[in-house]
Design a protein around this ligand. Structure first.
Ligand SMILES: CCCCCCN(CO)Cc1c[nH]c2c(N)ncnc12
Length: 231
């Protein structure tokens, strides 16, 4: 148990509903066109919100969770498209680093995902990753660790997926994680990004996403709640 206030964030309602359902003493605050759920989980103070999809919404919500609600760390729970063929639907991946695959000023000779005074890949908190690995071991769960690529595109195209994988050495892709990384890194808040695979970012992605969103989101949410118990 930590006396700190924990932010739990997702991008879609389905990603945080399994979490909100388990909170006690829930109060809600509407702020910045978003709803924030304040409550406790097993006595641990948490603030939970979904940002809506994409990097801009995620930036607003992550910043609000920290600056307005005073959260001291941020755990992200959600689903992602697989790039690595080691990842199947329902598998868990934690980000050791995050990049923006649609950030591109290569016309000036810069690498993909880079802008001046920025960095292509932002690292997540090692301590939180180690806690996750210990939990996975104790539960007999497989947890992949790798780079997650973020962009404002739902990727449903093998060629684009493979380009992202090769260019950024990424194992999975989604639409919010790198924004959370930039915000938490800038505000010096430890953060942890967990995703469960919902699809393989290929021509079947949208069908698989629709079918597995709910079940994969719950897998991620249950793990995140185990993290809260371990903090
Ligand atoms: C109504 C449609 C909402 C899609 C939101 C998807 N989330 C974004 O974070 C995760 C994700 C799962 N699979 C993906 C994929 N193939 N490309 C991008 N993002 C993802």
């Amino acid at each position: 148990m930590t006396s700190q206030k924990i932010a739990i964030m997702g991008a879609m309602p389905e990603e945080i509903e399994p979490i909100i359902d388990k909170l006690d003493n829930v109060g809600t605050t509407v702020y910045g066109n978003n709803k924030y759920y304040e409550g406790s989980y097993h006595g641990q103070e948490v603030v939970v919100a979904y940002s809506k999809i994409g990097k801009v919404f995620a930036t607003l919500t992550a910043t609000t969770l920290i600056e307005k609600f005073g959260c001291d760390m941020l755990l992200f729970s959600g689903v992602a498209g697989a790039i690595s063929n080691e990842l199947s639907i329902g598998d868990l991946i934690i980000a050791d680093g995050l990049c923006q695959h649609d950030l591109d000023i290569t016309a000036f000779g810069h690498p993909f995902g880079y802008v001046p005074e920025g960095e292509v890949c932002i690292s997540t908190d090692v301590g939180l990753r180690n806690i996750a690995k210990d939990i996975a071991k104790s539960k007999g769960l497989t947890l992949k660790e790798g780079v997650i690529a973020t962009g404002d595109q739902f990727v449903a195209n093998e060629e684009r997926k493979n380009w992202i994988g090769t260019t950024f050495k990424a194992d999975a892709l989604e639409m919010e994680g790198a924004s959370v990384a930039v915000v938490c890194n800038a505000l010096n808040v430890p953060f942890f990004i967990l995703r469960a695979i919902s699809d393989s970012a290929d021509m079947d992605a949208s069908f698989n996403f629709d079918e597995f969103l709910e079940s994969s989101a719950k897998i991620s949410a249950d793990f995140i709640l185990s993290m809260v118990d371990a903090l």
